[in-house]
Design a protein around this ligand. Structure first.
Ligand code: TRP
Length: 355
């Protein structure tokens, strides 16, 4: 018992310390994160990362959001509906509370200097390291392609360029992105060692992951919730679609509902989803459903999700009527990101001794 308490306290300490540091001096932090424009954002993004971003923005940190359009062609041959997906992402951001006056939202392809950082960065990692990345391996397994492209294997290094071009020190991401953040930290460390400023100072920070407190939500098929696997509930889905998706979610046949992620992952993920929406503990949600079985669980989850998302969906529908405004936000974001990327690339060229 004592051991458990000590472990919990130790585990919570760094996160609490970080929050305190951010609160004391929000202007000292830059946050970068992003989402591939492959489809609408879903509840996994929302509870895993979006809420965290909005919280950080409200604390006053400088927030950068990359829409990595070049990453779309890692696991498929062509990027379909790129402009549409990109604009829809911006709408999702605005709907959940990202404020374009305070945040910089931009696409990969609009910021050439960012992409150029990929070249020196690639020289700092080995092929063996690239081959070991568990998230890349998982994506290869689910890819629509019969062979693995060079871009697929190297995209975590490209992601390091996304994060380091603006010298972000904090990266709010879901669990699956932790291996990529490790690549970013490795690239930053090796670059700094190999190419210090003449006065010995480092060019890049070593960014930290900001994991949300919420454990991973599963997709409706019990696998990883993913835009491209058809197992996710989109923020922008309507209430009937939400109900239908939850109705079809994988559960088990036990009538008693409890929260036991290790032994009943699918049921527990649904319980957790309702709990997150209602701001309650999963145990309280499970207790209330008791012997109601999967049907009662699904009714509770559907109602909780639709209720929680109702104001977000209403705001989104309103914003969607002005696409020109969305495009303007992307242009302003690209201008700001280009200025930052060019300054960083100049610094990189200088320490590398380029002419
Ligand atoms: N790889 C991320 C994903 O698949 C998207 C991403 C690209 C990203 N660049 C990033 C996330 C930089 C955080 C930081 O969702």
């Amino acid at each position: 018992m004592t051991v458990t308490t000590v472990t919990a306290a130790t585990a919570a300490a760094p996160a609490a310390g970080l929050d305190e540091r951010i609160r004391r001096n929000p202007g000292a932090h830059r946050v970068l994160t992003g989402d591939r424009p492959t489809g609408p954002l879903h509840l996994g993004h929302y509870f895993g990362s979006l809420q965290n971003r909005v919280r950080l923005q409200r604390l006053g940190v400088d927030l950068f959001i990359v829409i990595p359009d070049y990453q779309v062609i890692t696991d498929r041959d062509v990027a379909d509906h790129l402009a549409e997906h990109t604009e829809n992402l911006v709408l999702d951001y605005l709907a959940v509370g990202i404020d374009p006056a305070r945040a910089t939202v931009f696409t990969h392809s609009a910021v050439p200097a960012l992409n150029q950082l990929l070249l020196p960065f690639l020289s700092l990692v080995t092929v063996a390291e690239l081959n070991r990345n568990p998230t890349v391996k998982d994506e290869i397994a689910h890819s629509r392609q019969s062979s693995v492209s060079g871009l697929m294997l190297t995209y975590p290094v490209h992601q390091a360029a996304d994060i380091l071009f603006c010298k972000a020190d904090l990266v709010p991401v879901g669990q699956d992105q932790l291996p990529h953040l490790e690549v970013t930290r490795t690239v930053a460390r090796r670059f700094n060692e190999r190419y210090p400023h003449p006065d010995g100072t480092a060019v890049f920070p070593r960014p930290e992951a900001l994991l949300s407190a919420a454990p991973l939500l599963l997709g409706t098929d019990g696998g990883k919730m993913s835009k491209s696997r058809g197992n996710a509930i989109a923020l922008s889905a309507d209430e009937d679609t939400t109900a239908r998706l939850i109705k079809g979610a994988k559960t088990d046949t036990e009538r008693r509902i409890d929260y036991d992620p290790a032994n009943r992952p699918e049921v527990s993920s649904l319980v957790l989803l309702a709990a997150l929406c209602q701001g309650r503990t999963p145990e309280a949600v499970a207790d209330e459903i008791g012997d109601g079985g999967s049907a009662a669980l699904k009714r509770t989850v559907t109602e909780a999700v639709n209720e929680h998302l109702r104001p977000i969906r209403a705001r989104r529908a309103e914003l969607a009527t002005d696409r020109g405004h969305v495009r303007q936000i992307l242009r302003a974001g690209a201008d700001r990101a280009n200025a930052v990327a060019e300054a960083t690339l100049d610094e990189v060229r200088a320490v590398m001794g380029s002419a």
